[in-house]
Ligand binder design. Structure first.
Ligand code: DON
Length: 586
């Protein structure tokens, strides 16, 4: 079956999408002032978008999925119902990152004041060992951990979304109800609205090397998908239908699990049907901190995000950022980033197999000690913080969405296949794209992963282990109620993106659209450089260089689709860096 059919024309499809977006935004939404930013990843100009809704809001990286979630809210669903519907929808409409073959994290704030975190991170198959990603000489082998089927972790998304729904959904919908829109899109096909990613040569190559993938995601001549084509995912529709009928066990046991395991093994991986049977999503206590009177609730290990975020905020709380000039503020933020990322490398990993000193790292006194090492006028070289290796980053795609409902619940969800389309393998007969998440392990001490992140023993590969993540779904509370719901894709850049959104809102008083659109920078301790988005002013870059930082201009990687609760209503901001993102409020 050919998955791709041509629609009347590129511009027709694009204007249909734009028209649909405008209709939705216009129903109960108004545009807020927002700072200009030079556009999407490939330079396409996309205006910053801020949308106000009074009853509920979904902000997601792909418009159809955002609308599906908002529709569930309008039908009386709560934020978890909407998040689950959006999560399954993105697996169809945004297959580069939305998934059921990957994993992620969902942070939930409940109207009764409780916060909880659902860890549905992938696990390493039982046959993975500390040496799995090394070559014959004992060196880290990026081919094994990034492009081979050995990199595939046991997917957690179905377990995670189903757990969230069963425990925290409103009870008004069955899992099948929430999956129905996703199933319809997979079965009936969807218009391709953004072809930027698949035309990137490395992504095209990833899709082209597996026939089962190429049959779905490439045209019959092997060409990349393009705006105006229709993507039909019949096998995925059948897989989703099986889950809708049989619940999550239909994914983890029986024919679907057997097909997944067989496909991974045929491609040279080690995942077995038992690995799938043994997978469980885990509910964890979120990591919590405070920042200038706000409560910060974020993802605990096996994500590094929440710990690092709180550590950086604690360091920055000691400075008057609201009145610091821009260079000084950026300098202090970069210095905080270096220190938190150095701690990440050394201490963080799967809490079920490594002793992770979370309480120590997020203590205010620990931040005081780090702050004392910051020179307000000069950059501290990474080597003076801790010694380590160096590497170039590569690969991207994850997706974040935020949801707030009218009852006072909020969901912040980030999930991923790691790279765009993960390892690129669709398990034959399932339509399910599989991740390459196991590259997030430290294959060897100091050997960088695809994002240049290094690590040690705490994040060594091992059977059943969850690789350390940077995903940082976060909810900021004011007087116990949701104030800001945020998070982002972007590999190692995720946590610093979330940091900047929070500082821009709390310290700089920016509205959410402005904070989401504002140019960002990033430092991750190693490599010892500051990555700045092209929109950051040349003067600021020169000032940072004068203080001793090497600054490298790099295209945007992040997409902080966020919601802020304001006296005027829920303000949703889709990140203009990703042209297809949409905030839908009502
Ligand atoms: O869990 C992590 O930190 C990475 N696997 C996330 C990858 C990512 O964000 C790529 N996206 N833009």
């Amino acid at each position: 079956m050919t998955a791709w059919q041509r629609l009347p024309g590129r511009s027709a499809a694009r204007s249909a999408t734009v028209a649909a977006c405008l209709t939705l935004a216009a129903t109960a939404a108004l545009h807020l002032a927002a700072r200009a930013e030079p556009g999407g990843p490939n330079g396409a100009a996309t205006p910053p978008q801020g949308v106000v809704g009074h009853n509920g809001m979904v902000v997601a990286q792909e418009a159809r999925a955002a609308r599906i979630g908002a529709d569930i809210l309008q039908q009386g669903g709560n934020a978890v119902d909407a998040a689950v519907a959006t999560g399954f929808a993105l697996a169809v409409s945004y297959p580069r990152a939305g998934n059921i073959g990957g994993g992620g994290f969902m942070l939930i704030h409940r109207a009764d004041g409780q916060d909880t975190a659902i860890d549905y991170r992938e696990t390493a198959p039982a046959a993975i060992t500390a040496g799995s990603f090394l070559d014959a000489q004992g060196n880290a082998d990026a081919q094994k951990s990034r492009t081979s089927a050995l990199a595939i972790g046991v997917p957690g998304t179905v377990a995670g979304l189903a757990l969230a729904e069963a425990k925290y959904g409103s009870g008004r919908f069955t899992l099948a109800d929430l999956m129905a829109p996703a199933i319809a899109m997979a079965r009936d096909g969807i218009a391709v609205t953004d072809d930027s990613e698949e035309t990137v040569p490395s992504v095209h190559a990833r899709l082209a090397r597996w026939p089962a993938t190429a049959r779905i995601f490439l045209k019959s001549d092997g060409g990349a998908l393009a705006v105006g084509d229709v993507l039909v995912q019949s096998d995925l529709a059948a897989s989703l239908q099986a889950i809708a009928r049989g619940g999550p066990r239909a994914f983890y046991d029986g024919p679907l699990a057997e097909k997944l395991a067989a496909a991974v093994q045929a491609a040279g991986g080690v995942m077995t049907a038992d690995d799938l049977t043994n997978y469980a999503a885990i509910e964890r206590a979120p990591v919590r901190g405070t920042y200038r009177g706000y409560d910060i609730v974020s993802m605990p290990p096996p994500s590094s995000g929440g710990v690092e975020l709180i550590e950086m905020l604690n360091i920055l709380e000691g400075y008057d950022l609201a009145h610091a000039d821009e260079t000084q503020r950026l300098h202090l933020m970069v210095e905080a980033m270096k220190r938190a990322y150095a701690d990440r490398a050394l201490f963080l990993g799967d809490p079920d197999t490594a002793a992770v000193p979370v309480a120590r790292l997020i203590a205010k006194t620990y931040a005081d000690a780090w702050r004392a090492t910051i020179d307000p006028g000069h950059a501290t070289p990474a080597s003076a913080i801790r010694a380590g290796g160096v590497v170039a980053p590569e690969g991207r795609n994850t997706t974040h969405f935020s949801v707030v409902d009218r009852f006072g619940n909020a969901v912040s969800n980030t999930y991923t296949l790691n790279f765009s389309y993960g390892v690129g393998l669709v398990a034959e007969g399932t339509g399910i794209v599989l991740n390459n998440e196991l590259d997030d392990f430290a294959a060897k001490p100091e050997a960088p992963n695809a994002y240049g992140l290094t690590g040690y023993e705490a994040n060594a590969p091992g059977p059943g282990k969850r690789p350390l993540s940077s995903m940082t779904p976060t909810i900021v509370l004011q007087a116990g109620k949701p104030y800001l719901v945020t998070g982002s894709p972007g590999g190692s850049r995720i946590t610093t993106a979330v940091l900047q959104v929070i500082v821009d809102v709390i310290d700089r008083g920016m509205d959410i659209a402005g904070a989401v659109a504002a140019p960002r920078l990033h430092n991750q301790w190693l490599p010892d450089r500051v990555y700045a988005e092209p929109a950051l002013s040349a003067d600021l870059i020169a000032d940072l260089q004068a203080r001793g930082d090497e600054v490298v201009i790099q295209r945007p990687f992040t997409s902080a689709n966020s919601i802020m609760v304001t006296p005027e209503g829920l303000a949703g901001a889709a990140d203009p860096r990703t042209p297809g993102a949409l905030a839908v409020g009502y």
